[in-house]
Design a protein around this ligand. Structure first.
Ligand code: SF4
Ligand SMILES: [Zn+2]
Length: 393
């Protein structure tokens, strides 16, 4: 990617950051769930998806617990700008340990794990943060999963600051027959993009450090790499993701999940989409990224579909080929075979439209794009439109 996009003065950077943060906090202020209607004894979501267990196609169980919300997102100016998980949480209100245990037990009972060797257990934040999932609850769940010998792979998620050697030792002791993957949001190789646009609050240096903690361990680092952050052209986004996958592999990730930005309600991304300044990436772009980075030593997954609250838009092509392409994504995730996504076409030729979009060039640097885009939007008007959507989750 042309690095000129990151060449800017300190004043430009500061102004762009201020504008993003102000908007981000204003959008977040619209989150006012009626907690009385929420049942914190019931998991947010559970479903079966496809997956690959070291090359063998399997079905996996996905559980998303309803939690108190990502601690980073609860901070006034915190929270990542593409993430809307907070809306489905208790917004920091404490949830009794017994409620978490009930959510977990009820949902685990529904599945016969002889058929599902893979379990994804998410909480819309950091499973390893004890202020989000109390220690005794974490240990209870891990112990229970460890006792189900059919579960060969467990996937959890955490911000890097909660991943310690002690925590990894505990996980490995409680799950002697299961390999655990810990998903960490690497998002991009660029510190500027991660900080200025995504408001991630995590540096590359911290990611390198966390990668070292996984060295020579049974527990694996799973890197989430974002596809199509706001303010990039489609081609820049592809190039950023390609470089970010390489970075993730360098820091020690054994698995990379491509996370196409989806539109979750009440996020800065949803604001930009509502204002006409953001579109989710083409599925063609996802395939292009896989084609450019695929190699047998690295497991690539195409993710970005399993969120709670459920986003209103995902990566897509055109109506004529969407369904077929989603099937191809599922097939790729099962077999990890590049041939599955090669030589595809659309009866409506939307690939030509995509190729045209790849030619779009923007000569402005990143802060200039942010300042001029946000400056052109009637912010109050768009915030009011966002406010009117019914909050379903
Ligand atoms: S992406 Fe992860 S770290 Fe960022 S706000 Fe969402 S849950 Fe928190
Ligand atoms: Zn199409």
């Amino acid at each position: 990617m042309d690095s000129n996009i990151y060449k800017c003065s300190m004043a430009q950077y500061k102004k762009a950051k201020e504008m993003i943060l102000e908007l981000h906090t204003n959008v977040k202020r619209l989150i006012s769930p009626n907690l009385k209607n929420r049942d914190f004894k019931k998991a947010g979501l559970s479903e079966v998806g496809v997956g690959s267990l070291d090359g063998v196609p399997v079905e996996r169980v996905i559980i998303i617990l309803r939690g108190s919300g990502c601690e980073w997102a609860q901070n006034r100016e915190g929270g990542c700008t593409m993430c809307g998980h907070l809306s489905g949480s208790s917004l920091g209100a404490s949830i009794p340990p017994g409620h978490f245990i009930k959510q977990f037990d009820d949902v685990m009972k529904r599945y016969d794990f002889r058929k599902y060797p893979m379990l994804c257990l998410y909480n819309g934040g950091s499973f390893l943060n004890e202020r989000e999932i109390p220690k005794e609850v974490r240990r209870y769940m891990l112990r229970k999963i460890g006792a189900v010998s059919h579960i060969k792979r467990l996937i959890i998620e955490s911000r890097p600051e909660h991943i310690t050697k002690k925590m990894l030792d505990e996980i490995e002791a409680l799950l002697p027959h299961t390999t655990v993957e810990i998903g960490v949001g690497v998002e991009t190789v660029s510190d500027i993009l991660r900080e200025l646009v995504l408001n991630k609050g995590v540096t590359s240096a911290e990611l390198i450090k966390v990668g070292e903690k996984f060295r020579n361990r049974k527990t694996r680092l799973l890197a989430y790499v974002l596809v199509n952050p706001p303010f990039l052209t489609e081609m820049e986004a592809i190039e950023d993701t390609v470089a970010s996958i390489r970075f993730a592999a360098e820091i020690g990730a054994k698995i990379v999940s491509l996370e196409a930005v989806s539109i979750q309600h009440l996020t800065l991304v949803s604001f930009l989409a509502e204002a006409g300044f953001y579109q989710t990436p083409w599925i063609w772009s996802m395939f292009e990224i896989v084609r450019r980075t695929y190699h047998p030593g690295l497991q690539l997954r195409i993710g970005g579909f399993e969120f709670f609250p459920i986003p209103k838009e995902f990566t897509s092509n055109c109506l004529a080929c969407n369904e077929k392409m989603i099937e191809k994504i599922n097939e790729f995730n099962k077999y990890n075979d590049l041939g599955i996504i090669e030589n595809l076409s659309c009866s409506q030729h939307c690939d030509l439209e995509w190729k045209k979009e790849l030619q779009v060039v923007d000569n402005r640097n990143l802060p200039e794009r942010i300042i001029s885009t946000l400056g052109a939007i009637d912010i109050e008007k768009v915030l009011n439109r966002l406010k009117q959507y019914e909050h379903k989750n």
